[in-house]
Design a binder for this molecule. Structure first.
Ligand code: GRF
Length: 214
């Protein structure tokens, strides 16, 4: 089924420093991504990404998961905040929470996540460390639709990043992060352009690859 038109109001969920959020802010400001960010929500108080949002004039709020007794209750609270701002697309950007049914059902095929490996290799935490320890020669970044399966949804964009001799988790993470900042705006743009569909577990784009520049 071809995707319906998506409204271009983004909700970005973070837990930490927010460099991918910054990449989205910069792509929008630079006219490379035609969207706007309606709200940034962090589950952690004091996340540096909140300040990045405010500096760009974007509403930024903390919604602590600790205030909710179940994950579903927390997800329902997220849905309420996102829907109150008419968000059409949810971007997870270093959001360190498993996303559950209430959020996925409220935004079916409308939640994106960025992960620092070439999925399905190295899902979960510390993907860069997993890659170094496994000894792969190439890792990378994946932007995918979020489903109930952790880091397992249809893949929108992937970029390969070489693993160098002598790399440790930190040096590899830094190299991958540069690529993340190009890949995320590109994936959001593809989603907003429409004309794609999900077939089984595959994301089928109208045209891919798109231009390498973002
Ligand atoms: C990124 O490596 C992203 O792929 C992963 O969490 C990290 C978030 O970094 N999901 P930042 O907060 O966007 O700087």
């Amino acid at each position: 089924m071809t995707s319906d038109p998506i409204n271009r109001l983004l909700g970005v969920l973070i837990s930490g420093r927010g460099t991918n959020l910054q990449a989205l802010i910069d792509a929008i400001a630079g006219g490379r991504l035609h969207a706007s960010i309606a709200v940034v929500i962090s589950n952690r108080e004091g996340a540096p990404g909140l300040e990045r949002a405010r500096a760009a004039g974007i509403e930024a709020i903390t919604l602590s998961h600790r205030a909710y007794s179940t994950r579903d209750d927390y997800d329902r609270a997220l849905v309420k905040e996102l829907q109150a701002r008419d968000v059409g697309l949810v971007c997870l950007a270093g959001f360190m929470r498993l996303v559950g049914a209430p959020l996925i059902e409220a935004f079916p095929n409308r939640i994106l996540n960025i992960h620092p490996s070439l999925l399905p290799a190295f899902p979960g935490l510390d993907a860069q460390k997993q890659a170094v320890e496994h000894g792969v020669r190439v890792s990378g970044v994946t932007v995918h639709l979020v489903t109930a399966e952790l880091d397992g949804g249809p893949i929108i964009v992937q970029r390969a990043v070489p693993v160098m001799t002598g790399d440790n988790a930190e040096t590899l993470a830094a190299r991958i992060l540069d690529e993340e900042h190009r890949a995320y705006p590109e994936a959001v743009r593809m989603i907003l352009e429409g004309g794609w569909r999900v077939e089984g577990r595959r994301f089928v784009a109208a045209r891919y690859p798109t231009s390498a520049s973002t």
